[in-house]
Design a protein around this ligand. Structure first.
Ligand code: ADP
Length: 214
């Protein structure tokens, strides 16, 4: 369990909707710290027992079991805190890819203080599938290469992940249109998050600390 809850903004949305792209861009803004469960899993040693077990689910488009997911994520967070990369008293965690079902949302309640939920919404499933196909070529991701696997991830999203939105109070959820260029979508997200960031830090931003991040 965390010593104090991680102040968090949840990036929420279907596969291919751009959570990772936006999370990475937002994560370089001083005061934010981006953590993606998909990235944590892909960084595991593929020859380790844990790495093999995770791959046995993710390479089929299935969710990794909840206990493994929460444990791996919590250990990653603790290492980020120990390394001084995530400052418990200051930074806002941008959480990308967690929670993905109701049980994960319940487990996560013990760790985070959810400040906002950014729901990246895209009505055009075909456009998202096309984005993932292009990503498969660029990033050599096995789970993006096959259309059946992509559709399977969308089905799981609809059945298990979408209901998670009801777990959070509606007044902290913002729905953002995910169709557009990365800069356009970023502008929409910043419109929502900048006032929150200003409120959190006020004029107390330490510019030397900020500079070290860039
Ligand atoms: P996408 O959003 O395109 O599905 P991610 O990089 O977020 O891609 O996740 C890749 C894979 O990692 C998922 O398909 C799933 O197998 C696994 N994964 C990521 N986050 C979770 C989670 N919270 N719970 C279970 N499995 C997860």
């Amino acid at each position: 369990m965390a010593e104090q809850p991680y102040k968090a903004v949840l990036l929420f949305g279907a596969p291919g909707v751009g959570k990772g792209t936006q999370g990475k861009i937002l994560g370089v803004i001083p005061g934010f710290h981006h953590v993606s469960t998909g990235e944590i899993f892909r960084a595991l040693d593929k020859n380790s027992e844990l790495g093999k077990r995770v791959m046995s689910f993710s390479s089929h488009g299935e969710l990794v079991p909840n206990d493994i997911t929460l444990q791996v994520w919590a250990e990653h967070m603790a290492s980020q805190v120990d390394a001084g990369k995530y400052r418990l008293d200051k930074d806002i965690l941008l959480l990308d890819g967690l929670p993905r079902n109701i049980e994960q949302a319940n487990l996560l309640d013990g760790y985070i203080d959810p400040m906002r939920v950014i729901h990246l919404a895209a009505s055009d499933e075909d456009a998202m599938v096309e984005r993932l196909r292009r990503r498969a070529i660029k990033e050599k991701r096995a789970d993006d290469a096959n259309e059946n696997l992509i559709r399977r991830r969308w089905d799981i999203y609809r059945a298990e992940t979408q209901p998670v939105l009801d777990h959070y109070p509606s007044d902290i959820i913002t729905e953002i249109d995910a169709i557009g260029t990365p800069a356009e979508v970023l502008q929409r997200i910043l419109h929502d998050l900048v006032p929150m960031l200003s409120e959190q830090f006020g004029n107390a931003f330490d510019t030397t600390e900020a500079a070290t991040k860039l």
